[in-house]
Design a protein around this ligand. Sequence first.
Ligand SMILES: Nc1ncnc2c1ncn2[C@@H]1O[C@H](COP(=O)(O)OP(=O)(O)OP(=O)(O)O)[C@@H](O)[C@H]1O
Ligand SMILES: O=P(O)(O)OC[C@H]1O[C@H](OP(=O)(O)OP(=O)(O)O)[C@H](O)[C@@H]1O
Length: 232
Amino acid sequence: MTIKLGVPSKGRLMEKTFDWFGARGVSLTRTGSEREYAGAVDGIDGVELVLLSAGEIPRELKAGRIHLGVTGTDLIQEKLGLWEQQVEPLAELGFGRADLIIAVPQCWVDVDLLEDLDAAAAAFRKAHGFRLRIATKYHRLVRDYLRENGVADYQLVDSQGATEGTVKNMTAEAIADITSTGETLRANHLKILSDGPILRSQATLFRSRNAQMNQTEKATLQELLEALDLDR
Ligand SMILES: Nc1ncnc2c1ncn2[C@@H]1O[C@H](COP(=O)(O)OP(=O)(O)OP(=O)(O)O)[C@@H](O)[C@H]1O
Ligand SMILES: O=P(O)(O)OC[C@H]1O[C@H](OP(=O)(O)OP(=O)(O)O)[C@H](O)[C@@H]1O
């Protein structure tokens, strides 16, 4: 009978998540060999550490298989429809900051704003006989954003990584992806539309609204939130 805390199992989010909890007196550690996905929580009894891919944490929170989870707001909003009904954000952790943006080739001098992209997309369809392609892994967020802003003449093509390379490889004309320093965009001769980002994301601690708990587990969760200074 434990409270399950889901934390990214590797990469940029894992170490900073460990630091964030450690600074609040809750020590998270990886146990076993370097490659074994096993971990422990010291400081509070009855809390189990579950190491997971950042991209899978939204699904596990929704299913109620973990009670708490750390992942990016972008992944929560992309992967969960009506996300606010499934999870509650408890704390923004101040790292893993990135903006979801739309970018086009730097040489498209007439395209600076979304309305320019709309015009370019219509012209593109006329000229080429198919819709302008936007490569992304953020299908839900990009579709919703473009619909809200009246852009319709495009198609999304799926890209699960190295998305900035799709324009050079001629599998897309534009991209929608996360950027942090902007270096990957610059290196691939892309520029961001000036309207502002689709979403500003950062690593966030979420609570599942669907995880079942008995009285002991409720008390453990309360104790953990108090230790993290998040009790209310
Ligand atoms: N360059 C970046 N700087 C800071 N945060 C980033 C950057 N790129 C992605 N992120 C954020 O890190 C989180 C995890 O990103 P990503 O989807 O790349 O997962 P990952 O680290 O590859 O892990 P996995 O593939 O195991 O899910 C996301 O919330 C994303 O917004
Ligand atoms: O603005 P920057 O600081 O250059 O960072 C942005 C890059 O970081 C992420 O890629 P990641 O490293 O996760 O690799 P991926 O392409 O496999 O997603 C993101 O998808 C961008 O490609």
